[in-house]
Design a protein around this ligand. Sequence first.
Ligand code: 13P
Ligand code: SF4
Length: 305
Amino acid sequence: MLTTEKLQKEILRLKKERDVCILAHAYQTQDILEVADYTGDSFGLSQQAAKATQKTVLMCGVRFMAETVKILSPDKTVILSHPDAGCPMAEQLDLDFLGALKEQYPDSAVVAYINTTASLKTQCDVCVTSSSALRIIRAMPQKDILFVPDCNLGQWVADQVPEKTFHFFHGGCPVHIRLFAQDVAAARAAHPDAKLLVHPECRKEVSSLADYVGSTTGIMAHAKESDAKSFIIGTENSILQHLQFECPDKAFYPLSKACICQNMRLTTLIDVYRCLLGQGGEEISLDEETRLGAKRCIDAMLAFG
Ligand code: 13P
Ligand code: SF4
């Protein structure tokens, strides 16, 4: 019978034989992270995408992440692990609406969260991720910022950069907005000694109550380095399992059972295997004009280091 271990061994053999780099976002399941060449948050994945030496990159995550790889590596074959894995937030804002916002705020620099389509990025000045947004916006010379599409991440940055003026599009992650202050009250009552670590895609009523706010990689690093022994996690619940593997002596509790991204959960280890056999996933292609326009926006982010 095929077991997880046998399948993982076959995947490791195939990726070497076929010169494939496997990138896995931190919201993928543990069995997938274990066969990946790189795992991490959106910023780490984009940096890795720019460096990968293999001819093919398999992105286990959602569509905008695979597009980012293709934008930076046009000569590579880029495969999205599951054709239906999209990020609903990335689809919230279209070019017409963005055009109207730009007309409304003509003096603003347009900052796009990386969770956007390649075509939207062509019309923005600089891309940011949850782990780079604060640093990049602080370093930008412009005082007026139009931040799209996640108003929660945007507000979290704005609160820490009071010297700049922000305008928002009221979009956001449909998964993280399921977390409320009342979940924090209930979790804190159940686990009074636990530290609360949340993603900046959460509502302000949640992030303002947290002990730490950061990207998926940031949350994992913080939990590992902290002297605390128990944590309430306010991001996609897959992170809890990864943390339990990394820190078996610590306890992790979900802020809410509702924080599950169905898109991130679509990819299974069998999908990874099928992609390596050339039987699954979707090859990403972008027209050159879109790719170059979006690349300018991502390059501006990578230039900040
Ligand atoms: P990060 O991995 O950058 O923290 O982003 C989380 C996310 O929502 C990915 O879709
Ligand atoms: Fe998109 Fe939210 Fe899922 Fe991340 S967690 S992929 S932002 S829907």
